[in-house]
Write a protein that binds this ligand. Structure first.
Ligand code: 7PJ
Length: 255
C-alpha cells in the first residue's frame, strides 16, 4: 500500500490545482512502482496535526480519486460523509484510524462491498502522544481490534472485507511500538489480514537519530520485521524499495 498525502492547500486556487495534480501523479507513480493499493488521505492524523473541515477534506480527496479510475484506491478517513463520497467515486477500501467508531461510520460502509482497515488508536491525534499508558499493550490493542471486528461482523460486513492494524505510533511510545512489532504474530488468530504502517515514523527517528527524509533503511528494516510477524499489507512511502524487500522475503520463504 503506497501512501499519497494530499497536502494542505496553499492560498491561491493555483496552489490547489497543483497539489491535486501532484497527488494524482504520485498515486500513478506508486502504482507503477508496484503498489497494489494507493492510500489517499486529506486529513493529517499525525501527532498534533491541525484539524481539517469536512468540506476541505472532501475537496482534497474526491477530485484526486476521480482521476484514478483504474487503481485500487483506499481512502484514509474518519468521516462517514467522506467514506460515502469516496465509495461513490470508486474507492475500493476505507482505511479508518478510528476503526469505524464515528457515529454513522459502520452504516457508511455497510451497503458497499469495499474493504475496511480497522486501526487501533489510543486517544485523539492532537493529544495521543502525551504519555500514552497501557498495562499490557499487546493484550489491549488485540482486545480492541477483536471488539471492532465483532462490531463489523454484527453489522454484516463479511470477513473477506476486513483488515486489522495495531496502529503504530498512534498513542504509543517507542517501547509500545517495538513490543507490538515483536508480538505481531499474536494478532494473526484474530482471523483478519494484518496491515502494518511503520514507514518513516517518529519511532524510527528516535531509534536511529535520523530526520524524516533519512529513514529509508530503517523503514525497510521495519517492513521486513513486519513481514516476519505475519503482516500481509505494508503501508509505505517508498514503494519501489519495499517491493524489493518483499521479493527477497517471498523467495526466501519459497526456498
Ligand atoms: C497509518 C495510517 C497506519 C493505517 C497513517 C503516518 C501517519 N493508516 N495512516 N495505519 N498511519 N491503517 O503515515 O505517519 O499506521 S498517517
Amino acid at each position: 500500500m503506497g501512501v499519497v498525502n494530499i497536502t494542505p492547500d496553499s492560498f491561491s486556487d493555483g496552489g490547489k490545482f497543483l497539489e491535486r495534480d501532484q497527488a494524482i501523479a504520485h498515486a500513478r507513480q506508486l502504482a507503477e512502482e508496484g503498489a497494489h493499493i494507493v492510500d489517499i488521505g486529506g486529513e493529517s492524523t499525525r501527532p498534533g496535526a491541525a484539524p481539517v473541515s469536512e468540506a476541505e477534506e472532501l475537496q482534497r480527496v474526491i477530485p484526486v480519486l476521480e482521476q484514478l479510475p483504474h487503481l485500487c484506491v483506499s481512502v484514509d478517513t474518519r468521516r462517514p460523509a467522506v467514506m460515502r463520497a469516496a465509495l461513490a467515486a470508486g474507492a475500493s477500501m476505507v482505511n479508518d484510524v478510528q476503526a469505524l467508531q464515528a457515529p454513522g461510520a459502520l452504516d457508511a460502509v455497510m451497503e458497499s462491498k469495499c474493504a475496511v482497515c480497522l486501526m487501533h488508536m489510543k486517544g485523539e491525534p492532537a493529544t495521543m502522544q502525551r504519555e500514552p499508558y497501557y498495562d499490557d499493550v499487546v493484550r489491549e490493542v488485540r482486545a480492541f481490534l477483536h471488539e471492532r471486528l465483532q462490531a463489523c461482523r454484527a453489522a454484516g460486513i463479511g470477513d473477506e472485507r476486513l483488515v486489522i492494524d495495531p496502529g503504530f505510533g498512534f498513542g504509543k511510545t517507542v517501547e509500545h511500538n517495538l513490543t507490538l512489532l515483536a508480538h505481531l504474530e499474536e494478532f494473526r488468530d484474530l482471523g483478519a489480514p494484518l496491515l502494518a504502517g511503520l514507514s518513516r515514523k517518529s519511532t524510527l527517528g528516535k531509534l536511529t537519530g535520523r530526520p524524516v527524509d533519512e529513514r529509508l533503511a530503517g523503514s525497510l528494516t521495519m517492513a521486513l520485521l513486519a513481514l516476519q510477524g505475519g503482516a500481509t499489507i505494508l503501508r509505505v512511502h517508498d514503494v519501489k524499495e519495499t517491493c524489493d524487500v518483499i521479493a527477497v522475503w517471498e523467495q526466501l520463504r519459497q526456498a
